[in-house]
Design a protein around this ligand. Structure first.
Ligand code: FMN
Length: 324
């Protein structure tokens, strides 16, 4: 079990945001599974992302449990996820939802948080002793043309962080996390922690309650003969596993880097002079494909462990297997 502020995740295992948490049936299945402690929804935008399945897709590696994907965000707008979450919460179960959202515009992000807050007030999530709705801001999708992940450049990220501070200052019951990219240089991580420390000035709690490490590693290439099954291919790229042909790498191939990110963030936040930063939780994601990998994530410093690729391959039985 893990507590992230007002959210309790028990067991401390869940899905991470992905194309396999996109439709209502997928979300219901995750919600009803006794081995998941929370459900993370696919990243939603305000109006829905224009998905083209001839371009946006996933391929699995044949020799390891790894994937590359070229997906953008959910075709469903945020309002659709809020409707589903409301329905499920009203059905009376008690598992929390982590609603993943993103925007390339800070003002729009603020509007999206407003609509999540409306739902929270409607279901008394801000008044009950515990919350069932948290927000994860996806700052790290590598697959959006002309919109590099803002978390790779802290000055680009700051206007979004300021929006989060403003919402958190108005409502301290709001549990907010950042979905981060896999960093490859440790100063990128110390700069991010520095930026979060700056946000806490004048507040006794950090507006950021958790960090989810990591998203997929962009600009990755898998050849068709390295991938399994029938692969959807664009006309000009038949030798590659993805039509794009570049995409985000995940699964076993990402595991060491994800562990390194979790380990580094745990050390950085533990060493912070700000108590509120030391209390930030970490959700460890990346190459969690078997029970040993879950253990490694916890030993590296994750409070909660999550997965996508293995869930895409095995389906809901994944969570029983990982509970091992
Ligand atoms: C097909 C696919 C779709 C994904 N979609 C999202 C998404 O919408 N939002 C997000 O934050 N991460 C997304 N991810 C990233 C995963 O949440 C996770 O961070 C990453 O895949 C590493 O975990 P894994 O090794 O268990 O797959 C996606 C990953 C995959 C494989």
């Amino acid at each position: 079990m893990a507590n992230i502020r007002r959210i309790t995740i028990s067991p401390a295992l869940m899905n991470s945001s992905s194309a396999w948490a996109s439709e209502k049936e997928q979300i219901v299945e995750l919600y009803e599974c006794e081995y998941t402690g929370a459900v993370t929804t696919r990243t939603a935008t305000l109006h829905g992302f224009q998905e083209d399945l001839s371009i946006h897709t996933v391929a699995f590696a044949s020799s390891t449990v790894s994937s590359v994907n070229s997906y953008g965000y959910s075709p469903h707008p945020l309002s659709q996820y809020l409707t589903w979450v409301e329905e499920l919460l009203k059905a009376g179960q008690s598992k929390p939802f982590i609603i993943s959202i993103t925007s390339s515009d800070p003002e729009e992000l603020s509007t999206m948080i407003d609509s999540i807050q409306q739902l929270r007030r409607k279901v008394h999530d801000d008044q009950n002793s515990a919350s069932k709705i948290a927000i994860e801001i996806n700052t790290s999708c590598p697959n959006i043309a002309y919109a590099p992940p803002p978390a790779y450049a802290i000055p680009t990220l700051k206007p979004f962080l300021n929006v989060l501070v403003s919402h958190f200052s108005k409502d301290r019951t709001l549990v907010i996390g950042l979905k981060l990219p896999p960093y490859v240089v440790s100063t990128q991580m110390s700069e991010l922690v520095g930026a979060i420390e700056e946000l806490t000035v004048g507040l006794d709690e950090s507006p950021i309650a958790f960090l989810t490490c990591t998203n997929t590693l962009g600009v990755s290439l898998l050849f068709a003969d390295q991938a399994e099954g029938d692969i959807p291919r664009g006309q000009s790229s038949s030798q590659f596993a993805l039509p794009t042909p570049l995409g985000g790498l995940a699964g076993d191939s990402l595991h060491a880097l994800a562990l390194g990110n979790v380990y580094t963030f745990r050390r950085l936040i533990s060493a912070s002079q700000h108590e509120s930063v030391r209390n930030i939780s970490i959700v460890g994601v990346g190459g969690v494909t078997n029970p040993d990998a879950v253990k490694r994530m916890r030993e590296a410093g994750a409070n909660v462990v999550a997965c996508a690729t293995i869930f895409g391959k095995l389906g809901i039985d994944t969570f029983k297997m990982l509970s091992g």
